[in-house]
Design a protein around this ligand. Structure first.
Ligand SMILES: Nc1ncnc2c1ncn2[C@@H]1O[C@H](COP(=O)(O)OP(=O)(O)OP(=O)(O)O)[C@@H](O)[C@H]1O
Ligand SMILES: [Mg+2]
Length: 667
């Protein structure tokens, strides 16, 4: 029994107007026939008198009541149908006996029969104008019909709910869903499919799916597959995850992952494909592979860097000796111009080696940023030396147009050197494929823009290569953006360079494409206030100035000590040498010195130890100590130089470097 039947809502009562049975025309059938009809009709017919007792009940009524005629005829209604059902009839009895025909319809609870849906019509009867004597009741039982109707309504409601849920899922699914019939015509195309393929559902329904979403080259294969399935062939692709290419309305192809399944409805087959766009996943996988490759490259460079740093460091001492001796020889050959020119060549070559070594060390060293006055032009020359071989073998002409007396900038020399190197390497690589003349021009200059507080120095590296495509102009500064072949570029050069430039308050930009073609990058750096006055090259004191100062040179490497002695003596200083810190202290105890030039790394007492002893015993002299350093400064040594506020000189050095430092110290 359904909910509705159990709840038993009030039955519906309809008035059929005033009428009485006696209004019906006289019977045309004889009595026997009438009673056969009454007994066999499939409706309940009964007659009730004014006392509410049964006068007549046909067989259908007796069957329904489940009693023989003897238990019904002459009995009171309440006795037969029960008090509950009788209460309903009693209420309307008065109206019917006063001459109103009524219809009552709805659920009613019958004793022993449960809830039944009945439609009953009550027709009053009385002869002529006399009072109503009896009421005829015609009843039909619609219980089964009503129950089935109710079941159907429930099923329909369930269907609606599930339909609504399913279309909510389809409409909001992230996956694109396309359903076709067995000929491949589209019958469903959800909103995600509209977004993915950039097509409207209304435009594609009814069209062949292959023509809508598939690149041309796959269509024939797809249609053959559909025909095979239609002919009852095996459906090899159903239920499998497949990677395919799909086609957007604008003609662009993109990768998708798809699962296809079949649904049979009413003997018809439908195919639904669920698809996701995997472009991003593909890109991400490619990007990860690139970054992994970049990391491998960086690691390789790092390992090579430390190896080279070791080699470079070992070269420093002999290089200092070659450079120094060559410059002394040059002075000694003042009157032998040919020999003097040879010595000069040796010195210049050694100086170039020195710059290369220093650049290597700068690149290989990883250390916290260290700022000091940096001569941009020097950076350019060092990078040019370093790359000279590569440029020459590639037939590239390198033109330097460096502004004279360019102010130094307060910057980290290693970092700025790295920026210059990156620009020059990029230019060289850009020219690799060029036919004909290959040219790179490096310019430096100084500018004062209205919006800046202080002047800025700038550097431009311009090549006559293919230039940068408009679409890539901003992207070239993105980390890992490269157009170079695997293993050729990591795409970090410009990204790192720009961030270094910006760390310095400057910038690195790609200039508008020059009229003559190629690419032109521009670095600009602000000059810090103190550095403004300083110009490069720094003015050197006159060599050989009659200083008459006494200098103690301390170095465990005799060759270097000798070299410094010769350089200083040549400039007019009085010089003594000591091969260790301990010997130096003994000499200081017995003789007067105005300055000390000492190696920093020595076996027994190192430079720092010597400085502490000198500070304790000869505090004034401690302020005039110059330390000659190798390039791979340990953090401890660097910290010592900073806190002791002592001057330092990097190996290899020229005679001019040494004299300038000593002169400044004694000043
Ligand atoms: N002088 C140039 N001419 C043309 N294109 C350039 C030039 N310099 C850089 N590019 C473009 O910018 C991209 C990024 O340069 P970047 O220096 O950041 O990386 P890379 O040279 O590819 O790799 P890496 O420097 O890490 O070895 C290059 O791949 C190239 O396409
Ligand atoms: Mg590069």
């Amino acid at each position: 029994m359904t909910e509705a039947a159990r709840a038993l809502p009030a039955r519906e009562l309809t008035s059929l107007g005033r009428m009485r049975w006696s209004d019906v025309p006289a019977p045309v059938l004889d009595e026997r026939l009438s009673s056969v009809l009454l007994e066999n009709i499939t409706a309940r017919i009964s007659v009730v008198d004014r006392r509410h007792c049964y006068l007549y009940a046909n067989r259908e009524t007796l069957d329904f009541l489940g009693r023989p005629a003897s238990e019904v005829i002459g009995r009171h209604l309440s006795e037969v149908v029960g008090d509950a059902a009788y209460a309903g009839y009693r209420l309307l009895a008065e109206r019917v006996f006063s001459g109103e025909a009524l219809r009552l319809e709805g659920w009613v609870d019958y004793p022993g029969r449960g809830a039944r849906y009945l439609r009953e019509t009550f027709i009053p009867y009385g002869p002529g104008d006399g009072p109503i004597e009896v009421v005829a009741v015609f009843g039909r039982d619609y219980t089964d019909l009503k129950l089935r109707e109710q079941e159907l309504a429930d099923k329909l409601a369930q269907l609606h709910t599930s339909e609504a849920l399913k279309s909510a899922i389809v409409d909001h699914a992230l996956a694109a869903l396309i359903t076709t019939d067995d000929t491949g015509r589209i019958v469903e195309f959800n909103p995600s499919a509209e977004a993915m393929f950039q097509r409207e559902r209304s435009d594609v329904v009814g069209r062949a799916v292959s023509a809508v979403v598939m690149p041309e080259r796959f269509r024939a294969m797809h249609e053959a597959g559909m025909r095979r399935m239609q002919a009852g062939g095996e459906a090899r692709v159903l239920g499998k995850r497949m990677q395919l290419h799909a086609l957007r309305a604008d003609g662009a192809e993109f990768p998708i992952e798809m699962v296809l399944w079949r649904t049979d409805i009413g003997g018809e087959a439908f195919y639904t494909a669920s698809m996701v766009d995997v472009t991003e996943a593909h890109d991400a996988a490619r990007e990860i592979e690139r970054q992994r490759e970049a990391l491998r490259q960086t690691e390789k460079l790092g390992a090579m860097g430390s190896l080279l740093a070791g080699v470079a460091h070992e070269l420093n001492n002999p290089l200092a000796i070659v450079m120094g001796r060559a410059s002394l020889l040059e002075e000694k050959c003042e009157h032998l111009p040919e020999l003097r020119a040879d010595a000069q060549r040796i010195r210049e070559a050694a100086e170039r080696c020195g710059r290369i070594v220093r650049t290597f060390l700068n690149m290989a060293r990883s250390r916290p940023s260290q700022r000091g006055p940096v001569a941009l032009n020097e950076m350019v020359r060092a990078a040019a030396d370093m790359l000279q071989y590569g440029y020459r073998t590639h037939g590239i002409e390198l033109e330097l147009r460096l502004a004279e007396a360019l102010p130094a900038v307060i910057a980290d020399g290693d970092q700025i050197g790295q920026v210059v190197m990156n620009l020059l390497v990029n230019a060289q690589q850009a020219l690799a494929g060029r036919e004909g003349e290959r040219r790179v021009r490096v310019q430096t200059g100084i500018e004062q823009r209205r919006e800046d507080r202080e002047p800025r120095v700038w550097l431009r590296v311009a090549d006559n290569g293919p230039g940068v495509l408009p679409a890539a102009r901003e992207r070239v500064f993105e980390p890992f953006f490269t157009t170079k072949a695997e293993g050729m570029g990591t795409g970090l050069g410009l990204a790192v360079s720009r961030s270094l430039a910006r760390d310095h308050g400057g910038d690195l930009s790609l200039e508008p494409r020059p009229a003559e073609g190629g690419a032109s990058f521009r670095l600009s750096l602000p000059i810090s206030g103190q550095a403004e006055a300083e110009t490069i090259p720094a003015p050197l004191p006159e060599p050989g100035a009659p200083l008459q100062a006494r200098v103690l040179v301390v170095d465990d490497e005799a060759e270097l000590a000798e070299l410094m002695r010769d350089m200083l003596e040549g400039a007019g200083y009085e010089v003594a040498t000591a091969e260790s810190g301990a010997v130096a202290l003994e000499m200081l105890a017995t003789a007067r010195f105005d300055a000390i030039v000492s190696d920093l790394r020595m076996p027994d007492m190192d430079g720092a130890g010597l400085w502490r002893e000198v500070t304790a015993r000869h505090p004034l002299l401690a302020r005039c100590m110059l330390f000659v350093t190798g390039d791979t400064l340990s953090p401890g040594a660097r910290e010592f130089l900073r806190s002791a506020r002592c001057a330092s000189l990097d190996k290899p050095f020229s005679k001019a470097d040494l004299l300038a430092k000593v002169a400044v110290m004694l000043d």
